[in-house]
Ligand binder design. Structure first.
Ligand code: SIN
Length: 553
């Protein structure tokens, strides 16, 4: 076990719900309805019965909120080698170069594919697709739609195509736990589902059996009080994998977006992203005393990789220049009147907050944005469990390493999701009979959700201290003692339990990694150390978390 890989207390190994009242059998069940899940469902559908299970509605996840766009080499002056190099550099030594190379080569095709499905990307002056720049990219290579509504256009396109192709959708259906094969515990047989009423109470529990389960549940931004992610993003797939004994890799690498709209010290609702593309178009960061934040901090200054910008902002806020210690300012006035057309969503959000980006500096702060780590997988979704595939943010394909390069994630979701769907349309895993599920059941009362999220933002944010991480682990262990089989299953208590499970695992990985690398930054060891050029895996066994894989392991 790695240093800091201490033991948690009593996390549940199974989510309780009334016993199964119905069974449904399909070829492929996809959990989650963002870009990765929809791409998988769509590609498998022509020859398979495919069911998407979503705990909300199709577009409730992160995809629909993405602003920036999709990164791909489309400019004749750009090269695959440069996109690979930028991705590896952002990933701070922990990317899988083969996976990065494969993604970069497939990215232009993913964009053409989306266009053929009906996505309308913004045209540039020459009639070709407009390309913009974001942090860490040495070239303009981000394709966008509707100005800053890229994700909404991708979600719309994939929703329409999937539904028209006959993909079935089970909405308001909470995926509880994976079910394994009788006598074949390393092969998945299906998933237990709780159907939810509109008020979030459980209407019925059932079992969906399938030859293949595709986990596409997204990330876990809502584990933090301060996040750009929508309310549905509570780490359900990550927690489900932990309860199934599946190792989660690179959990400490939570990417904090440098700029969400700062609306007050205690905001814990989803925060409005101020896209990196705004800096790509020329906006500049200033501190509370009016000094530039990124000058001299990195050769790319305001367009440095995201981890660098978030860390610089956090360090500057800690110094409280001008008495301002919880936000900085983004000056986008140089963009001029074009701002409104290029960033319609951001313009509207700023105006609602009483800010005119054409004349005012926008108050911004970093917030949890993207989950680099997850289920060990590859660009074909392959996991350690037969019949189980992981795609999108829940997966760790090796593409992002210790820090994702901006706008590589939607491209990755498209490529990996489509790869999985295509493979499943060609061949399905064998059918296995579901075995009865076992393991200690329990749920966390929802009243603890806010305290867990606040502790994560306070102690496991952009800059982490060993004392803070220790305090958060102690607090969450205390909270875990309230997990009980007597708590009523509702959407809120199911989510709160998943939030606690994932938060506890992230804290242990962050405490174990005694260095600073990518988006994991510690104040006690500020450098990246050669002996830590490795991955950490977190495993939940018998309700206890263990971290595997530190130096000398
Ligand atoms: C942004 O628009 O800044 C976010 C893009 C991303 O997360 O890749």
């Amino acid at each position: 076990m790695a240093p800091g890989g201490g033991r948690g207390t009593g996390l549940p190994m199974r989510l309780p719900a009334p016993s199964d009242e119905w069974v449904r059998d399909v070829d492929v069940v996809v959990l989650g309805s963002g870009a990765a899940g929809l791409a998988a469902a769509l590609a498998a559908r022509p020859v398979r019965e495919v069911l998407i299970v979503t705990k909300d509605v199709l577009d409730a996840g992160s995809t629909a909120w993405a602003q920036g766009g999709l990164a791909a080499v489309l400019d004749p002056g750009d090269t695959f080698a440069e996109h690979v190099r930028d991705t590896l550099e952002a990933g701070a030594g922990l990317c899988d170069e083969a996976a990065v190379t494969a993604l970069v080569h497939d990215a232009p095709t993913a964009i053409t594919y989306l266009e053929r499905l009906g996505a309308a990307f913004d045209p540039g002056h020459d009639g070709e697709r407009a390309l913009t720049r974001e942090g860490g990219h040495s070239r303009s290579r981000i394709v966008h739609a509707g100005g800053d509504r890229s994700g909404a256009e991708i979600q719309r396109t994939l929703d329409e195509n999937a539904v028209n192709a006959g993909v079935q959708v089970m909405s308001r259906a909470f995926a509880l736990d994976l079910v394994f094969g009788e006598g074949t515990p390393r092969q998945v047989a299906g998933v237990r589902i709780a159907r939810l009423a509109e008020d979030g109470s459980v209407e019925s529990t059932g079992l969906v059996t399938a030859r293949a389960v595709v986990l596409a549940t997204g990330g876990f931004g809502q584990v933090f009080a301060s996040t750009s992610n929508p309310p549905a993003v509570t780490g359900d797939g990550h927690a489900m994998a932990l309860r199934a004994g599946i190792a989660l890799r690179d959990l400490e690498f939570v990417q904090f977006h440098p700029t969400v709209l700062w609306t007050g010290p205690d905001s814990s609702e989803q925060q409005v992203l101020i896209s990196e593309a705004v800096r790509g178009e020329g906006a500049v960061l200033y501190d509370g005393a009016g000094r530039r934040v990124m000058e001299g901090a990195h050769p790319l200054e305001d367009l440095a990789p995201r981890d660098v910008v978030s860390a610089a902002i956090s360090a500057r806020m800690a110094a409280a220049p001008g008495g301002v210690d919880d936000h900085v300012f983004l000056d986008a006035t140089s963009i001029g009147p074009r701002f409104t057309e290029r960033f319609p969503f951001i313009s509207e959000a700023c105006r609602r907050a009483g800010i005119d980006p054409l004349v005012d500096r926008i108050p911004v702060a970093p917030a949890a944005h993207y989950t680099c780590g997850g289920i060990r997988s590859d660009l074909h979704g392959t996991t350690e469990i037969a019949g189980l595939y992981a795609v999108g943010e829940v997966a760790d394909t090796g593409v992002h390493g210790a820090n994702r390069l901006a706008s590589n994630s939607l491209t990755e979701s498209l490529v990996a999701g489509t790869n999985v769907g295509r493979a499943l349309s060609w061949r399905l895993p064998r059918r296995v009979e579901p075995a009865p599920s076992t393991g200690r059941e329990g749920l966390l009362p929802d009243r603890h959700r806010a305290a867990v999220r606040a502790a994560m933002s306070r102690h496991c944010g952009v800059l982490r201290t060993p004392e803070g991480l220790g305090a958060a682990i102690a607090l969450l262990d205390e909270v875990a003692s309230d997990v009980s089989a007597d708590v009523a299953p509702t959407r809120r208590s199911l989510e709160a339990t998943n939030i606690l499970t994932v938060a506890s695992a992230v804290l242990r990985a962050a405490a174990a990694r005694r260095e600073s690398r990518g988006c994991h930054r510690r104040t006690d060891v500020t450098a990246a150390l050669d002996e830590w050029l490795l991955h950490l895996d977190v495993v939940l066994s018998d309700g206890r978390l263990e971290v595997h894989g530190g130096p000398g392991a």
